[in-house]
Design a protein around this ligand. Sequence first.
Ligand SMILES: Cc1ncc(COP(=O)(O)O)c(C=O)c1O
Length: 390
Amino acid sequence: MTTLEPAAPAAALTPLASIAPGTLVVHAAAEGRTGPLSVPIHQTTGFAFDDADAIAAAMAGSEGDFVYTRRGNPTVRALERAVAALEGGAAAIASASGMGAMSAVLLSLLRPGDHVLAQKCLYGGTYSVLSDLGRRYGIETSYLDAEHPGEIAAARRPNSRLLLLETIANPTTRVCDLPAPLAAGRAHGLLGVVDNSLASPLLCRPIEHGADVVVHSSTKYLAGHSDVLGGVAVFADRELHRAVWTRAVELGATPDPFAAWLTIRGLQTLAVRMRAHGENAALLAGRLAAHPAVADRLLDGCGGMLSFDLAGGREAGRRFIGAVRLARLALSIGGVETLVTHPASTSHRELGDEQLGAAGIGSGTVRLSVGIEDVEDLWRDLGQALSELV
Ligand SMILES: Cc1ncc(COP(=O)(O)O)c(C=O)c1O
């Protein structure tokens, strides 16, 4: 069994030397052994003080002081503490969305003229931010195959600052072998930033593999119920956390306390959900691989995400997503319900076949975010949709 040595243990758990992730998710946000079982929702924009010196001292103080909710809030802090503990980080910053967390990290750590190295297949929103930083601030990005860490030395420039990876790439579900590229990046003085949204800390903790920053769209598995947007950035050390926190407060992508509370509530069942997602996905991946409508290439990620290529290409993909009845046609992922999408006709519809291929996506690639429903119901649904294609 994997156990964690949480760098930021929940007060309720400090007597335990090492805690399994499945236990940590249940208790990590709690404030202590006594008091409310559920983290209270501090639905307030600000905090009142007794005198001028006290409020001035709190304003000048660290991120530990609660003055104004954009700077910090006890409910949001409970979420940050929990995700930092789960990822084995020193501290975390929660945001209003995954893109809020990613943008805060990139805008805080990069300066005009810096250079970024990034893996080829990235979530489209991250790709757009990098393109914009290039156009507007001269921050260029070189895309490389993270499976060949040798490419890092070749692509590196004197102004290279940051290496950006995804543990499981969206939408290809390709798994990145993190230790090798992160070690190569570190050897060249690059900060290692890893988007761990699709794996969750239950499957992978990138800081253990050398990452400096881990970014989550908590909209996905951490919250897990398709009802709340959120993001979290976790930092291996407090100095980096402080540097990003200062700017994140200015950028203002702070989560609402109720959104943080919903995320904490979802987080508590992360371990049982990930087990169900993973078991269902593995079973469906095996059956899909044997189906005649599915091409030879099958990209089965770990966790609950899988993608597969339909032999009939773009038109087959479009027909397939229109034919499923139980799986729902939606762009998000990581919720309890199964979601299906066809990147070539939805999220990546602006790319031609050649550009899709460069990102490792086929024109007939279908992405499934496998939920926790009964797997035989899911297979019947996928089977009836596939039968229309052969
Ligand atoms: C890997 C990954 N990172 C970041 C994001 C952005 O997250 P959000 O939609 O919460 O802003 C997503 C959203 O799909 C994603 O899949």
